[in-house]
Structures are given as C-alpha cells and as structure tokens.
Design a protein. Structure first.
Length: 150
C-alpha cells in the first residue's frame, strides 16, 4: 500500500513513475528531491558550491506500507534527524542507464555521506532500459541497477 504524505502526490514524470513502481516492491519511506551541497546544511561545503538534488532517498522498513514525501513536504532539519543512523537507499532514476546517471549516483553517495549521518548508503539506479556493459560497471562498484518496465 502506498500512502503519500499529503494524499495528493502522484507520479508525473518518467522518473517519478520509475520511483513509484520501485516503491511498490521495496517498502520504505521515500523522500523525493533531497537537497545536498547546501551551505546551510551539515556538509560544511566551500563557498560557491552548487546545490544538487538526489531523486529519492528510501529509508527501508519491514512493513508493507510506503510513505512518499514530495520535495516541499519535509524540512532539512527534520530529514537530517530522520535519516541519522539509518540504512538508506540513494536512488537516481533515468530513462536509460548511461554514464551520466552512474556519475550522479556516485557523486550523490559521497556528498550524502558527508552531509547526513546515515549508517549505510546503498546506491540504486532505476531505469527503463539497461546497457550490459554499464550494468557490469555498476556491479563492479556495488551500484544496484533496477530496470523497471513501464
């Protein structure tokens, strides 16, 4: 069962749909468009560092109910406390697996690790189409690739 935080969120973009479909099989609390790189945050980023967003963070749970928080439905400080000492999935979603999304998930992992106090961070790429050579690269770097058929 999926519960959205405000009962109004629906997947609109292709990437939203990938995340939504993934959430059906992977229970947890999903936070969409999580900010990293903010000088206001805990990462102690240098001046002129750009703010970036991670498509989704899933805090895994053992029950079958999922909660999805849209981008403007949670505060940085509250999220910081919620994710502290938790195992999370850092999720990037794209139409097809490519080098860009691999770089995004690796950079996102390192920046998220610096900024938030998560216990364990698993990298996940959701895509509509794979690429055998790049899937091999992801496997070598412990990046989980899920090809979600739309």
């Amino acid at each position: 069962m999926i519960v959205t935080s405000n009962q109004k969120w629906e997947p609109k973009t292709f990437e939203d749909k990938l995340i939504f479909d993934y959430s059906l099989e992977n229970p947890g609390t999903f936070y969409l468009e999580v900010t990293i790189g903010s000088r206001r945050g805990n990462g102690n980023w240098p001046k002129k560092s750009g703010i970036r967003r991670i498509d989704a963070i899933n805090i895994k749970n053992s029950n079958s109910e999922n909660i999805i928080f849209g981008q403007k439905e949670f505060l940085y400080d509250d999220f910081q406390k919620t994710v502290s000492n938790k195992s999370v999935e850092l999720i990037e979603a794209k139409q097809k697996l490519n080098r860009l999304v691999i770089g995004q998930v690796i950079a996102g992992h390192d920046m998220f690790e610096r900024e938030y106090d998560a216990q364990d961070i698993e990298m996940v790429i959701l895509c509509g189409k794979g690429d055998p050579a790049l899937e091999w690269v992801c496997e070598k770097r412990n990046i989980k690739v899920e090809i979600v058929n739309q």
